[in-house]
Design a protein around this ligand. Structure first.
Ligand SMILES: [Fe+2]
Ligand SMILES: [Fe+2]
Length: 341
């Protein structure tokens, strides 16, 4: 007996937009190249030679300083996986290009790796090998200063998340992700210089890996900017200028220096203690650059971003802290501004 297919009626219309883009059209070649590169450059935080840190001949203060610095980095990097996971879902909903979706899934994976680095970097250095940067009891004055600063950083991190989720409701993804470019370019520059300045081979390798990831993220961010900038309205461009300023203040805490104010709610003494602990970490060989070198690295990174912005007729904000002139942005103008890094 010959079996024949049955003619079925078409299904009801699938409501659009929905979260399932059931297609993979060829997109811009750069997106596929970056996805391939991400797979080739994949690394595992667990495989780094952590024993070097475990057995390193460090003073109590140096060890604490290093643990403090990784705790602060964790304030940023532990927030990154959910930030990119959220963005990834939004991209699927928006039926974003296949290559872009794929790259964002690798960025999510990279950030998970960076978070893992913070886990090892804190557990091997903070007193009592705690399971988290706040899960230990400080005893000495320096330990108390470290614990308090980490707690303040974490408090600010919690405020960031609520703002980020709200911002998704207010702004299109490509507008929201402009500060992403500056964050990634700054991170690429700063981490690669830290890798060169670090004493322990563990830290040299670690920062080299992170910097490589950030540079791939920067290339993806640049692609998104180049795609979306030409079609942006005046208001959207003005918003980008503010985003860049907010991104600078946001990331400065870890990669430059803290700017306490409306954006970073920090107590008196925070900056002094931060500098003290950071110096201890530098003495322990973490690769933290002297302030002048951090400033120069930021200026160089921001000049690159400025060039891209000006090509698309987007004003760059003034960044007097690193000697750059531009559009003055008042602190009040940064209300509700959520930089993505
Ligand atoms: Fe990262
Ligand atoms: Fe990144």
């Amino acid at each position: 007996m010959i079996r024949r297919p049955v003619a079925a009626p078409p299904p009801p219309e699938t409501a659009q937009p929905n979260v399932f883009p059931l297609d993979w059209p060829e997109g811009d070649p750069i997106t596929h190249q970056l996805f391939k590169l991400a797979k080739r450059e994949a690394w595992d935080a667990e495989e780094l030679p952590w024993d070097e840190l475990r057995t390193a001949n460090l003073s109590k203060e140096e060890r604490l300083g290093i643990g403090y610095w990784f705790s602060m980095l964790g304030i940023f990097d532990a927030a990154a996986p959910p930030v990119f996971a959220h963005a990834l879902i939004e991209m699927y909903k928006a039926h974003e290009e296949d290559g872009v979706r794929k790259c964002f899934s690798t960025i999510l994976r990279d950030e998970l790796n960076h978070e893992e680095v913070c886990r090892w970097g804190t557990q091997l250095t903070l007193p009592g090998a705690p399971v988290g940067p706040l899960r230990w009891t400080p005893v000495t004055a320096l330990e108390k200063a470290a614990h308090s600063n980490i707690a303040w950083g974490y408090y600010n991190g919690g405020r960031y998340w609520n703002g980020y989720v709200d911002a998704h409701k207010k702004y299109p993804l490509e507008v929201l992700f402009t500060s992403f470019l500056m964050g990634e370019i700054a991170a690429t520059t700063l981490f690669s210089e830290m890798g060169r300045a670090a004493k322990l081979p563990l830290f040299q390798q670690l920062f080299k890996n992170v910097s490589k990831d950030e540079s791939r993220h920067a290339r993806m961010a640049l692609y998104l900017c180049q795609r979306s900038f030409p079609g942006m309205s005046r208001e959207q461009k003005a918003f980008v200028t503010k985003q860049l300023r907010a991104g600078f203040i946001f990331l400065s805490l870890i990669l430059f220096k803290p700017f306490p104010g409306k954006f970073w709610e920090l107590p008196a003494g925070f900056s002094e203690n931060h500098a003290l602990l950071q110096d201890a970490a530098a003495a322990g060989g973490l690769g933290i650059l002297p302030e002048g070198a951090r400033e120069a690295a930021w200026r160089a990174a921001m000049l690159r971003v400025k060039g891209t912005m000006e090509k698309f007729d987007i004003e760059f904000p003034a960044m007097p802290e690193v000697g750059l002139v531009g559009r003055e942005i008042a602190v009040e103008d940064l209300d509700g501004m959520i930089p993505v890094f």
